[in-house]
Design a protein around this ligand. Structure first.
Ligand SMILES: [Mg+2]
Length: 309
C-alpha cells in the first residue's frame, strides 16, 4: 500500500473541516487544521513544562489528550474566555480530573488566564491544583478527582438544559479506566432514559490505567456495542485527528433524542517517544533530561507536521 504523504493527509483533514457548517456568528473558532495542530503541540509542550516544574502529576494521559482539548476549546465549544460564566456557554466537564494539566494548558492558550501561571501547577496556594476545583479557577465547571463522577455531573447539567430549553451543549471528557466504576453505568442509563441529545461524552480510549492495561485490570470491550445497547449514539475516531474529532462533535449535535459517546482512540504520551504506551508514565513527571528530550521531539513535530492518522 502506498504510504500517504503528510501534505495529502493534511488536505484530507482540511477537507473534512471545510465540509462542516461555519461557526456561529461571534464565536472565535479555528477552522485551519495546521493551526489547530500547532496549538495542540504547544499544549503538549506546556504540559511537559508544567509537570517538570511540579515534580509530580500525570504525564501520559494529559499529553495524549492534547488534540481532544484543542478540538473542544478551539473548534467545538461555544465559550468566552473573557467571560467564563457566560450563561449560554457550552459546558466542558472533565471527569478524570488527574489529567487536568492538559485542560489548564488549553484554557491558558485560549485566554482564560496568563500562561505564566501554568508553572504554578500543584504549588501551595495555586489556582491550578492537581485535581481541578470549581470556584478557584474561572472556567472550571466541576471539581473532580474521585473517578467516575464527571459523567453523572454532565448528565445533571444536560438534564437541566433540556428541561429549561437551553441551547447550550454539555461535553464530558472521561477515561476508559473510569468505566470500572459502577457510577459511570448509572449515568449512561440515566442519559439514555432522559434522551439527552445535548450531551456528548468523549472517552479517552488510551488502553491504560494506573495499574496497567485496561483489558488486564478489568476488560471493557466491546465498548461501542455496550454503549449502543444502552441507547447511545456511538462514533469512533482517531483521537489525534483533530478534524475527525470536530466532525464527530458536529454529528453529535444533529442527534437529538440520544446522547452521543465519541470513543477516541488515543496513544498515551502521544508524540513523545519514550512515553508512548508505557504504563509507568501514567503518574510520573519528566526529569530534567526527559523534559529536554520531550521538548526537542515536540519542536521537531512542529517543524515537520503531524504523521498521518
Ligand atoms: Mg486510560
Amino acid at each position: 500500500m502506498r504510504v500517504k504523504k503528510r501534505s495529502e493527509d493534511m488536505d484530507e483533514k482540511q477537507t473534512l473541516l471545510d465540509k462542516l457548517a461555519p461557526p456561529a456568528p461571534g464565536m472565535q473558532k479555528i477552522t485551519d487544521v495546521r493551526s489547530l495542530e500547532r496549538i495542540a503541540n504547544t499544549i503538549r509542550r506546556s504540559v511537559v513544562q508544567m509537570l517538570h516544574a511540579a515534580k509530580s502529576g500525570h504525564s501520559a494521559g494529559s499529553i495524549g489528550l492534547a488534540d481532544i482539548f484543542t478540538a473542544l476549546y478551539f473548534g467545538v465549544a461555544n465559550h468566552d474566555p473573557k467571560n467564563p460564566e457566560w450563561a449560554n456557554r457550552d459546558r466542558i466537564v472533565l471527569s478524570n480530573g488527574h489529567v487536568c494539566p492538559v485542560m489548564y494548558a488549553a484554557m491558558a492558550e485560549a485566554g482564560y488566564f496568563p500562561k505564566e501561571e501554568l508553572l504554578t501547577l500543584r504549588k501551595l496556594g495555586s489556582r491550578l491544583q492537581g485535581h481541578p476545583h470549581r470556584g478557584t479557577l474561572p472556567g472550571i465547571e466541576n471539581s473532580s478527582g474521585p473517578l467516575g463522577q464527571g459523567l453523572s455531573i454532565a448528565v445533571g447539567m444536560a438534564l437541566f438544559a433540556k428541561r429549561k430549553r437551553k441551547s447550550w451543549k454539555v461535553y464530558c471528557v472521561c477515561s476508559d479506566g473510569e468505566h470500572n466504576e459502577g457510577q459511570i453505568w448509572e449515568a449512561v442509563m440515566a442519559a439514555a432514559k432522559f434522551k439527552l441529545g445535548n450531551l456528548t461524552a468523549i472517552m479517552d480510549r488510551n488502553n491504560i490505567q494506573i495499574d496497567g492495561f485496561t483489558e488486564d485490570v478489568m476488560p471493557l470491550e466491546p465498548l461501542a456495542e455496550k454503549y449502543r445497547a444502552f441507547g447511545w449514539h456511538v462514533i469512533e475516531v482517531d483521537g489525534h485527528n483533530i478534524a475527525q474529532i470536530i466532525k464527530a462533535c458536529s454529528e453529535a449535535k444533529r442527534v437529538i433524542e440520544r446522547p452521543t459517546m465519541i470513543i477516541a482512540h488515543t496513544v498515551p504520551g502521544k508524540s513523545i517517544s519514550f512515553m508512548e504506551f508505557i504504563t509507568e508514565w501514567h503518574g510520573k513527571p519528566p526529569s530534567d533530561k526527559e523534559r529536554d528530550q520531550a521538548l526537542a521531539e515536540l519542536k521537531e513535530l512542529d517543524e515537520e507536521g503531524y504523521e498521518g492518522a
